[in-house]
Design a protein. Structure first.
Length: 281
């Protein structure tokens, strides 16, 4: 049963979000901000983890009807009938409430930023826009950028420019993650009635959007790297990784294929994880 609950909270995606939050925190500490005590740091990340897990599983509850229609998602725990919507709802709300209470104990502004991520993700993205507009991914991206901003806030005690830039970089990175899947599973999304850029704007325009947003993501992350004064090796790795992201993105524009969609999808996740590791070290 445990493996189904891990599927419910999308463990790889959740893990990457928590990792970005730690990168945001550590990037500030490395730059001279006061580190939290080990106990408070662990508590803060437990609170964040609970809110992220609760939000993700609550999305699964709300979307279980369309998930059951799509080949890619029909074997998720709720459509498959392994976990009921009631069980998932109770677990989700308990996680969000407990996590928010923990975060509030640590810091008011930290708890607010984390809660903002929940509101963008579940209320604005999932409930309001996902089934109405292809532009819903903008708000999905905003929610994805909140953990790294929360991590910076945890160390600095305020919202700073580096934190905002990191959140924007993730916002611009999200289209690669979502739109490459949307192109490879466009029939699924049509069947489920979920509007996407590939279905509304066409595949060619979508590939240009991916390429442009990846270019902007890379520029922002390199700029942040310089401003954080990371070492020369880190900067070189960041430059090379950004160049590969750029090449894969524009190769997809010039010579598109399903395989190249998937390659870019995988590389983009590894790229973001690698950048966050550089900011931690």
């Amino acid at each position: 049963m445990l493996k189904f609950y891990l599927q419910l909270v999308k463990t790889p995606q959740t893990g990457l979000l928590i990792f970005t939050a730690f990168a945001g925190y550590q990037s500030a500490v490395n730059a001279g901000s006061m580190a939290l005590s080990q106990a408070d740091l662990i508590l803060a990340f437990v609170g964040l983890l609970l809110v992220v897990c609760g939000t993700t599983s609550l999305n699964m509850v709300f979307d279980h009807d369309i998930d059951s229609l799509m080949e890619r998602t029909k074997n998720r725990p709720i459509p498959k009938g392994v976990i009921s919507t009631m069980q998932a709802s109770i677990l989700s709300w308990l996680s969000i409430i407990i996590g928010t209470a923990i975060n509030y104990k640590i810091s008011l502004i930290y708890s607010f930023v984390v809660l903002l991520g929940f509101l963008f993700d579940f209320i604005v993205y999932t409930i309001w826009l996902k089934r109405r507009s292809a532009w819903s991914i903008v708000f999905g991206g905003l929610s994805g950028g909140m953990p790294v901003l929360a991590g910076r806030v945890l160390a600095t005690g305020s919202v700073d420019m580096i934190g905002i830039l990191l959140a924007i970089a993730i916002l611009l990175w999200i289209p690669t993650h979502i739109l490459t899947l949307a192109m490879n599973h466009d029939k699924d999304y049509k069947l489920a009635g979920v509007p996407t850029f590939p279905n509304k704007l066409g595949f060619k325009a979508t590939r240009y959007i991916i390429a442009i947003t990846n270019l902007l993501t890379a520029i922002i992350l390199v700029f942040v790297g310089y401003n954080l004064n990371i070492n020369e090796m880190g900067i070189q790795i960041l430059r090379i990784g950004s160049l590969v992201l750029f090449i894969l993105s524009f190769r997809l524009v010039i010579d598109p294929s399903r395989e190249r969609n998937f390659t870019l999808f995988k590389y983009a996740s590894l790229f973001m994880a690698g950048v966050m590791l550089i900011f931690i070290l």
